[in-house]
Design a protein around this ligand. Structure first.
Ligand code: AMP
Ligand code: GLY
Length: 420
């Protein structure tokens, strides 16, 4: 079959690389893609937000299945639009994508279904937000309601910071926020495929969200990740599925809006067990890069089964033993306005070490590869331990020549310390 992949980041390069290996595939197209994706797919110059052009493209190129990488098109209803046209889709429809698109929607669902998560107040005005702070201790977490690309969350240590975050959210017209109890513990990401009825655990990971070493400084989309996450033991994973993911999927099905695709549960492993921090309606970036590196077998077959409602007929997925670890190479000044246009060399040398370099924010400029975004490359390697995977990833990083970029040197540090 002909497949269209929507998106242009490192996550989509990893998906494209894996999809290209599928025996079910005739031609893989990607819109808008990037130079890495172009090595394995035919590029269509259509933005992920241009639903009409994407649908026209599907008709003209006999696309039977669309894999949607990022959340924005799902929250905007690309899944609904394609399904209406008879095209299969990996990813939820708009209603179910609210699990990522609206923090208030998810918190209300959790409350109704008794799903473990931080206590919260949903507020629609500045005054309501400021008053609600009285019900919480410090630190307290303030979140803007809509999609915010990882930037809508403030963990406030003081009342002043919390008030400033609320004033910021309500500074324009309207606004909507969620105020939350601060949870303590270690974070882990659990990925679960679902067709709305069946659930299939699809790997775990931990990422490093802060820009600085030792997990300090501003939040980013993620500076590196590894899979599996040993802190998410088999018992904790089962508990998270039973208490968090299954009740969520069942609630949406009961409402007549079954979720299909991958559900990414951001978990806090607290002393009282796993609690939901947030859901995403897509694979994580860069978590996807490490999951795809470990996945054996045919990704496309699993994705089609999510859409068709046949996931229950599929065998459990097999992930390679050992660890995959990825290091993000970002453009200077990220997560502020990144310095774009810097040249990138040495990818072949990096891959000659046995690593895989996924393109995240790159473009060709007169035949030269240059940086075009904040996160530029994700350099991914494997090893039998986290320490080995980390060493292999940094060997490859050191072979890349990207003078206007930087990376963290400590991806995986928690696990490396635990391995001793
Ligand atoms: P989110 O966008 O909801 O994933 O939040 C981004 C990050 O903020 C999370 O990965 C956590 O590190 C932190 N965070 C969010 N909510 C909480 C919470 N209730 N307690 C502690 N940390 C939180
Ligand atoms: N790496 C975090 C995310 O994809 O949301």
């Amino acid at each position: 079959m002909n497949v269209l992949l929507v998106g242009s980041g490192g996550r989509e390069h990893a998906l494209a690389w894996k999809l290209a290996q599928s025996p079910l595939l005739d031609t893989l197209y990607a819109a808008p893609g990037n130079p890495g994706i172009a090595q394995v797919a035919e590029i269509a110059d259509i933005s992920a937000g241009d639903h009409r052009s994407l649908i026209d493209f599907c008709i003209r190129h006999s696309i039977q299945f669309v894999v949607v990488g990022p959340e924005a098109p799902l929250c905007e209803g690309l899944g609904d639009n394609l399904r209406t046209m008879g095209v299969g889709v990996f990813g939820p429809n708009r209603f179910a994508a609210q699990l990522e698109g609206s923090k208030g929607f998810t918190k209300d669902l959790c409350q109704r279904e008794h799903i473990p998560t931080a206590a919260y107040a949903r507020v629609e005005t500045k005054e309501g937000g400021l008053a609600a702070l009285d019900d919480f201790g410090l630190p307290v977490v303030v979140k803007a309601d809509g999609l915010a690309a990882g930037k809508g969350v403030t963990v406030a240590e003081t009342r002043e910071q919390a008030e400033a975050a609320i004033l910021d959210i309500f500074s324009g017209h309207g606004g909507s926020a969620v105020i939350e109890e601060f949870l303590t513990g270690e974070e882990a990401s659990l990925f679960v495929l679902t067709d709305g009825t069946s659930l299939m655990p699809f790997g775990s990971a931990q990422d490093h969200k802060r820009v600085g070493e030792g997990d300090t400084g501003p939040n980013t989309g993620g500076m590196g990740a590894y899979s599996p996450a040993p802190v998410l033991t088999a018992a904790l994973e089962q508990q998270a599925i039973d208490e968090i993911v299954r009740p969520t999927v069942e609630a949406l099905a009961r409402q007549g809006h079954p979720y299909s695709g991958v559900l990414y549960a951001g978990l806090m492993l607290t002393a009282d067990g796993p609690k939901l921090i947030e859901y995403n309606a897509r694979f994580g970036d860069p978590e996807c890069q490490v999951l795809m590196t470990r996945l054996q077998g045919d990704l496309l077959e699993y994705m089609i089964a999510c859409d068709k409602g046949t996931l229950g007929d599929m065998p459990a997925p097999v992930f390679a033993d050992g660890t995959a670890l990825t290091v993000v190479m970002a453009a200077n000044n990220y997560p502020g306005t990144p310095e774009t246009g810097g040249t990138i060399d040495g990818i072949d040398a990096a891959e000659a070490t046995g690593a895989k370099v996924f393109h995240a924010g790159t473009k060709l400029d007169g035949g030269k590869l240059v940086a075009s975004g904040g996160r530029v490359l994700t350099v991914t390697a494997t090893g039998s331990t986290v320490r080995e995977a980390q060493a292999a990833a940094y060997r490859a990083v050191d072979a890349v020549d990207f003078p206007t970029g930087f990376c963290r040197r400590d991806i995986g540090w928690r696990e490396v310390e635990r391995e001793g």
